[in-house]
Design a protein around this ligand. Structure first.
Ligand code: SF4
Length: 122
């Protein structure tokens, strides 16, 4: 963070630790199985995640005062042979038939980008 301030640097920081990403980032891109599913201002996404994977990811972060963690259930898909349609559909609590057939594109929704059929015309 000191180097970023002193040298006016821009970092691309890749991590599996979403809590660390929150503290060092201005913008964040959430990836699932090799695809960006949500991208935008870090405060907005952490306060109101839109993509179901982002929502489950944030419920799995330990915080003071919360005992119950809800990590996503199921297995991460094979990247060699990913599921058709939305790659998250086998684990998504909101999956619809279109999710199994067609891949949602990353579209702008308000001030961010989201790839999910819940937010676009089918
Ligand atoms: S496109 Fe469908 S399966 Fe994928 S995250 Fe959205 S609702 Fe869930």
């Amino acid at each position: 963070m000191d180097l970023k301030e002193q040298l006016k640097l821009t970092y691309l920081f890749i991590t599996h630790n979403i809590a660390v990403a929150y503290y060092i980032s201005d913008r964040v891109a959430i990836m699932y199985a090799g695809k960006i599913v949500e991208m935008g201002d870090v405060d907005e996404i952490f306060k109101k995640p839109m993509h179901p994977y982002t929502q489950l990811l944030l419920k799995s972060v330990p915080t003071i005062g919360r005992k119950e963690l809800e990590p996503p259930t199921g297995e991460v898909p094979s990247l060699v042979n990913p599921p058709p349609g939305c790659r998250f559909h086998p684990r998504c609590p909101y999956a619809m038939s279109v999710c199994k057939e067609r891949e949602p594109q990353l579209i702008r929704v308000n001030n961010r980008q989201v790839a999910c059929w819940l937010y676009q015309q089918q």
